[in-house]
Write a protein that binds this ligand. Structure first.
Ligand code: ADP
Ligand code: MG
Length: 493
């Protein structure tokens, strides 16, 4: 589970910012305060940890140049002002109850070769004491490799590994550790024997080693961090891009939801088979019928989400198809009419709000267990009377799937209706007038938070520019040197 996000000299954030998050976190703040920057930081972190080639990723080369995944301003745009490096990181919790702090610093001084400058993983022992798991050692910047020392809990100097700077250390450490530990013929022979396999590829050795020996701490802990960051998905649905016919096999939902019709066509065809019961009772079909059952549930839930918005009822979905051989698809809503002849409304004619809520429903309902969904301006184009119900539906679902959601919103009345649980995950993002830095503060770290609630809630206070007296955080770590103007005028005491 992810506990906190770390941003250091990243975009509008200066110095080290540790932002605690909850299962459902809400980022609020004025335009340009830094909300999207936080989400972008997480997406980049997730890509780095998964082992992407750093230069190719930041320069949007090849398969990274997907329209829905571009990093605003590329690598240089990630550094605060004119700085040449930036740091991203997180605090993850293990099931054994301790926390791990991971950080990666990317150096962008040469745009044609963006590399890891430093990287570390520590176990947090409580208070400010930390125990090393691994960290890079300062070396020659022009070298292609970086040295990493790791804790083997033995006397004497820590052992070292040499790792390529083009990808994150954490994504390469397992292979590197394994190779350095299988150095002679006997060890290889022993591994092959213990695996009961006849033939083994070199690339398989680390997997076998993981199975056959108790996992060393280094690999166990890096795996926890990698896992907690691997299922991050961001959603920024763009209605115009959902109004076209798309190829029917376009894979999982993209960040801009441009392939929404494609994803819906798969779900719909299973719904169709479900209603026709077109799967025979053959045990080989078990996994297919399981998928059909799952997609039927998703289909019904999607209808529930969509029906939150309009005054009329949407009876079902339909998939429109272009003639063969292309057979591209576009989804449509079936609008109920009392006269009986229902109206088929294709995506090309649907409202922005309806398209966005459909995309949101699909993203939430098709996400894997323990994933982290980032929903920027989740309620944009939606009527404010509907957002709380929508949020409650999302909350109910992520509790079931052990997932997390981080969303941003401008909807201040919504905040007045926040439960204490939602408020505990509410983070106010704002800029410092003097140095322009972004700051984050948790709702419950505001001063006199009780009186703020009595006066009508967070939304009311934000609307009336009345948060200033509360923005002197108790937590000295997140010290705010001055208050932004939108919070400092006309305090309603
Ligand atoms: N590299 C950078 N250095 C300093 N500030 C930056 C950098 N990149 C973006 N910013 C600031 O962040 C702002 C965008 O923040 P963003 O997170 O998109 O705002 P919002 O809260 O509206 O989502 C920009 O207007 C700019 O002021
Ligand atoms: Mg934004």
């Amino acid at each position: 589970m992810l506990n906190s996000i770390i941003l250091n000299d990243f975009k509008s954030f200066e110095g080290k910012n540790t932002i605690p998050i909850k299962q459902l976190s809400t980022l609020i703040g004025l335009n340009s305060s830094g909300k999207t920057n936080v989400l972008e930081g997480l997406v980049i972190l997730s890509n780095l940890v998964s082992g992407t080639d750093i230069t190719a990723y930041f320069n949007n080369y090849s398969n990274f140049a997907r329209q829905d995944q571009l990093i605003r301003g590329g690598a240089k745009g990630c550094c605060r002002g004119k700085k040449k490096s930036f740091t991203l990181g997180c605090i993850s919790s293990s099931t054994d109850g301790y926390n791990l702090e991971y950080q990666i610093t990317i150096n962008v001084s040469k745009e044609e070769r963006i590399v890891v400058e430093s990287e570390s993983l520590f176990k947090i022992l409580g208070g400010s004491s930390k125990q090393l798991i691994f960290k890079t050692i300062k070396g020659n910047m022009s070298s292609g490799d970086i040295n990493v020392e790791y804790n083997n809990h033995k006397r004497g100097p820590n052992p070292r590994l040499t790792i390529n700077k083009n990808s994150s250390v954490i994504s390469q450490i397992e292979k590197s550790y394994t190779t350095s530990h299988i150095s002679n013929y006997e060890q290889v022979a022993h591994l092959i024997e213990s695996s009961n396999k006849k033939y083994i590829r070199k690339a398989d050795l680390s997997d076998i080693m993981k199975d056959s020996t108790p996992l060393p701490e280094l690999l166990e802990q890096t795996e926890i961090v990698r896992k907690s960051l691997s299922k991050i998905k961001s959603l920024n649905p763009i209605p115009e891009r959902m109004r076209n016919y798309v190829s029917r096999n376009a894979g999982p939902l993209q960040s801009d939801a441009s392939n929404l019709s494609s994803v819906l066509s798969t779900i719909f065809s299973d719904h169709y088979r479900h209603t026709k019961r077109s799967i025979s009772k053959n045990p080989r079909n078990d996994f297919i019928s399981e998928r059909i059952e799952k997609n039927e549930k998703i289909y019904q839930k999607i209808l529930e989400f969509i029906n939150l918005l309009p005054e009329y009822t949407i009876n079902g979905l339909k998939i429109l198809t272009t003639p063969a051989p292309l057979r591209d698809v576009m989804f449509a809503c079936i609008e109920e009419r009392s006269s009986g002849d229902d109206l088929i409304m294709p995506a090309s004619l649907l409202s922005d709000g309806l398209l966005r809520i459909t995309a949101l429903a699909v993203a939430v309902l098709t996400s894997e267990n323990s994933s982290i969904l980032l929903l920027d301006e989740f309620d944009s184009a939606l009527h404010e009377s509907k957002t709380l119900t929508l949020l409650e539906k999302i909350q109910e679902y992520i509790k079931k799937t052990d997932s997390m959601v981080i969303l941003t919103t401008h909807d201040t009345p919504l905040l007045n209706n926040y439960t204490s649980e939602l408020l505990a995950g509410t983070i106010i993002v704002f800029r410092n007038k003097q140095d322009n830095k972004s700051n984050c503060i948790n709702f419950y770290d505001l001063n006199n938070v009780d009186s703020l609630v009595i006066k009508g809630g967070l939304g009311e206070a934000t609307l009336k520019n009345g948060l200033q007296p509360y923005l002197n955080p108790k937590d000295s770590q997140n010290k705010v040197s001055s208050i932004p103007s939108w919070l400092s005028s006309e305090v309603d005491q």
